[in-house]
Design a binder for this molecule. Structure first.
Ligand SMILES: Cc1cc2nc3c(=O)[nH]c(=O)nc-3n(C[C@H](O)[C@H](O)[C@H](O)COP(=O)(O)OP(=O)(O)OC[C@H]3O[C@@H](n4cnc5c(N)ncnc54)[C@H](O)[C@@H]3O)c2cc1C
Length: 306
């Protein structure tokens, strides 16, 4: 069966891979190619953030956690399992997703002004490496990727899978979608091997093999994709308090991504006349974290339709 997948971010590529490897004739169409997408800007750690509803997000995130742990055995995938700390300015219960990470531990000592924190081990995904690897895996399974900007959903395809992120505002006429702007700074790897997160600003330091992603911002309904120099300075100042070694790190670049936020992720079938569409968009700040679980659900929905 022929399937058109709209979008070449982490969701389009993951769904494309799973469908192609299950024997579907898969073709991705995308205005932005993988390295130009929001997905390429993500830090990215497995961490459920800004995505609802929790029960479905938890199930997708759990499947993805296991998938990323398995991928970490493949050095070409860009996935590495790393320990790190989340610092908190108050005392709270364990996070709602704690059951997924095997080793969540309360920290005994946290620096001021923090009051508590926890450590755990989680997948860190070097997105440019990983997206290229997903594209190769898609093509090895017979799938294709073509740059194409669409003005609406195709209406003569066998099956359409809509993974267009924020683009679904136009393609699915969905005005519940909105951007949550995230700015990051890419710096030299200066020997940092643990990730650190302070969710209150947010501020995070995510080490990768050859560089470090330092963030960030989460400004709702801001569409500007140009990096702001003053914001970058403030990000670096906050992050250097968390990880003093960053004071010596050379800045390699600045990126902005618009997280596709929505009151809840849309993953469902819409029957448009004789042509079904599987929508899979609106993953907010957790599109990488939920990607394999969502792709598996897309496959299950496709099987039910064929
Ligand atoms: C700074 C930052 C840090 C982040 N950190 C993390 C993290 O640590 N962990 C995590 O899980 N998530 C993180 N995220 C969130 C994550 O990046 C997103 O949830 C995810 O990238 C969404 O992926 P997607 O494939 O749905 O959309 P996108 O990556 O936005 O891809 C959408 C695709 O649809 C295409 N498209 C749109 N409209 C059209 C059209 N009209 N015609 C054709 N094609 C179209 C686009 O061109 C693109 O190819 C972060 C995001 C940002 C910005």
């Amino acid at each position: 069966m022929r399937v058109l997948v709209l979008g070449a971010g982490v969701n389009g590529l993951s769904a494309g891979v799973i469908l192609a490897e299950a024997g579907y004739d898969v073709h991705l169409l995308a205005r932005e190619l993988p390295l130009e997408t929001t997905s390429a800007v993500a830090a990215a750690i497995w961490y459920p953030y800004l995505a609802e509803p929790r029960q479905r997000v938890l199930a997708w995130a759990q499947i993805s956690f296991a998938a990323f742990v398995a991928l970490a055995d493949n050095p070409d995938s860009g996935v590495v399992i790393r320990p790190g700390n989340e610092l908190l300015r108050g005392y709270t219960d364990d996070p709602w997703w704690a059951c997924v990470v095997a080793d969540l531990t309360r920290m005994d000592h946290v620096p001021s002004p923090y009051r508590s924190g926890w450590s755990f081990t989680t997948p860190v995904i070097d997105m440019p490496v990983y997206l290229r690897w997903l594209q190769r895996r898609l093509e090895a399974a017979g799938g294709t990727l073509t740059r194409m900007a669409l003005g609406g959903l195709p209406d003569r395809a066998g099956l359409v899978v809509n993974c267009s992120g924020l683009g679904a505002r136009l393609l699915a006429t969905d005005d519940t979608l909105y951007p949550v702007r995230g700015q990051v700074v890419r710096v030299d790897q200066v020997g940092v091997d643990r990730w650190v997160l302070d969710g209150s600003e947010p501020t995070y330091v995510v080490p990768r093999s050859n560089d470090i992603i330092v963030g960030g911002t989460d400004t709702e309904r801001q569409w500007d994709r140009r990096p702001d120099a003053e914001v970058a300075e403030r990000i670096m100042a906050r992050a250097t308090v968390l990880v003093p070694a960053l004071a010596d790190a050379r800045v390699l670049g600045h990126r902005v991504g618009l997280r596709p936020a929505r009151p809840s992720v849309r993953l469902e079938v819409e029957q448009r006349g004789a042509h079904p569409v599987i929508h899979c968009y609106g993953h907010g700040g957790a599109g990488v974290t939920t990607s394999w679980g969502c792709a598996e659900e897309v496959l299950a929905l496709a099987k039910a339709l064929s």
